[in-house]
Design a protein around this ligand. Structure first.
Ligand code: AP5
Length: 194
């Protein structure tokens, strides 16, 4: 199982990634989490990433691609993985294609979680109150949504063309969304997804 979870900030990628990875017995890999771990360690990569993250911008492709390539080369990814928040740009799509090709592997499915922007902002402001994540201020959330719309939303068309895309409504309880994802993956594997 090699699965991607896409969607705007707050759509529930991280939440659902944990459930799905557990279900399929593969590691959930969040580029955002890896960057935050580097920020916490104050590594050189962390210092670079933080400048972009705090502004709601994407970390440059060459930095992100190198980090992701290293993570996917680890043994726990040999039989599959679930990527949460990667790829986000066309260059990252090309990099992932190259990594998979070198390993003789193919992508199984891409799940796009969709939700109303007002609900996304509401969820992230709630998280700001509970967890104080640095990029969960209203201004930065708005910028993250803009960057997603400009850079990442167009990737859905690419994966739809490849017959790999399942679009799932991210509104509702966490369990309801998880059930929808599983149903969408079943439909997709039966060859009638989109
Ligand atoms: P990242 O950490 O991936 O942030 P994001 O994409 O903005 O997504 P979020 O984590 O905010 O939301 P999510 O969709 O994962 O939802 P979650 O489950 O957390 O990336 C952070 C930054 O790192 C980027 O801005 C960029 O700078 C950099 N970066 C990362 N990847 C990169 C890449 N590939 N290239 C370049 N730069 C990159 O849920 C959100 C909240 O909603 C939580 O509080 C949760 O409890 C709640 N929630 C979840 N589901 C539900 C539900 N069904 N109902 C109600 N509440 C819910």
């Amino acid at each position: 199982m090699r699965l991607l979870l896409m969607g705007p900030p707050g759509a529930g990628k991280g939440t659902q990634a944990v459930t799905m990875a557990d279900r399929f017995g593969v590691p959930a890999i969040s580029t955002g989490d890896i960057f935050r771990a580097h920020v916490a360690q104050q590594s050189e990569l962390g210092r670079t990433a933080q400048r972009f993250m705090d502004a709601g911008e994407y970390v440059p492709d060459e930095v992100t691609n190198a980090m992701l390539g290293q993570r996917l080369s680890e043994p726990d990814c040999a039989d599959g993985f679930l990527l949460d928040g990667y790829p986000r740009t066309l260059q990252q799509v090309a990099e992932l294609d190259a990594i998979l090709e070198r390993g003789g592997a193919v992508l199984g499915a891409v799940v796009l979680l969709d939700a109303d922007p007002d609900e996304l902002v509401r969820r992230l402001l709630l998280r700001a109150r509970d967890q104080g994540r640095a990029d969960d201020t209203e201004a930065v959330i708005r910028r993250r949504l803009e960057v997603y719309a400009a850079e990442t939303a167009p990737l859905a068309a690419e994966y739809a063309e490849r017959g790999l895309l399942a679009t799932v409504d991210g509104l509702g309880s966490v369990d309801e969304v998880a059930e929808r994802i599983l149903a969408a993956l079943t439909t997709l594997s039966a060859g009638v997804g989109g």
